[in-house]
Design a protein around this ligand. Structure first.
Ligand SMILES: [Zn+2]
Length: 246
């Protein structure tokens, strides 16, 4: 279902808080563009009236590196658009944020850290697809959002996350996405990683929905940028068709 109402969610709230905390103005690339405050796309290409809604058993916890959340191109926001239980925090080295701790300790969740397994220590439990979540618990995928270097730093220096198992995105799952991708960029965006994870817990529809929402974002975002659009112009039709199936 498409929900035309604007949704002010956890990533928007984190954006506002981080912007307030900035000591100097954050100059995003293309700062002259008049952006929609919700989807952060050039207003004339706004996708908000197409935002789909769904129900999911999974949750996402996004840990942002410093000012990553301020970047209009950040796609963690797209996860929160669709998946209600999406939480967002600025990463800190210590377990000092009580809200973050209470989510991790909440008994309904089974936290899983999403990171390449080759970085895990030998004793660390590693999950592969399909992710086998203990009966009665809901998967809470913890994602690091930043550059690869920043993500590695967050993974290594968050002792409070060391107790949780790791899930890697399998190369096969990744390649399914890469086949769809028009660009040669082999790095998956945060929202695409989340789509893979939803697939891994058997939520095929939600996976497809998020992947398509990402494609629409990517195409419309590039409409507002002065370089060749490598996005999929058919994403909007695919999204509408997908929603008709429900
Ligand atoms: Zn918008």
């Amino acid at each position: 279902m498409i929900n035309k109402q604007l949704k002010h969610h956890s990533v928007h709230r984190l954006y506002d808080a981080r912007l307030k905390a900035s000591t100097r103005p954050f100059l995003a690339r293309g700062a002259h563009v008049q952006r929609c405050p919700f989807c952060r796309i050039d207003e004339q290409f706004c996708i908000c009236s197409l935002r789909p809604e769904t129900k999911s058993n999974a949750g996402f916890l996004l840990l942002y590196y410093d000012d990553e959340v301020l970047k209009p191109s950040n796609t963690g926001r797209l996860i929160a658009d669709i998946i209600d239980d999406t939480f967002a925090f600025i990463w800190q080295r210590t377990e000092s944020n009580p809200d973050l701790v209470s989510i991790l300790k909440d008994e309904q969740w089974y936290p899983i850290i999403v990171f390449p397994a080759e970085y895990a220590s030998e004793e660390r439990e590693v999950f592969s697809e399909p992710y086998d979540i203990p009966e009665g618990l809901r998967p809470l995928f913890v994602l690091f959002d930043g550059t690869w270097r920043q993500a590695k730093k967050m993974f290594r220096k968050s002792p409070y996350l060391d107790q949780y198992p790791i899930a890697s995105i399998m190369p096969e799952a990744q390649s399914r996405f890469l086949v769809r991708k028009a660009t040669r960029d082999i790095h998956l965006a945060t929202a695409e990683v989340a789509a893979c994870l939803l697939d891994g817990v058997g939520e095929k529809f939600n996976s497809e929905l998020l992947a398509t929402w990402f494609d629409l974002f990517s195409f419309r975002y590039q409409c507002g940028v002065k370089r060749q659009n490598q996005g999929d112009s058919g994403a909007e039709v695919r999204l509408v068709n997908l929603l008709q199936k429900t």
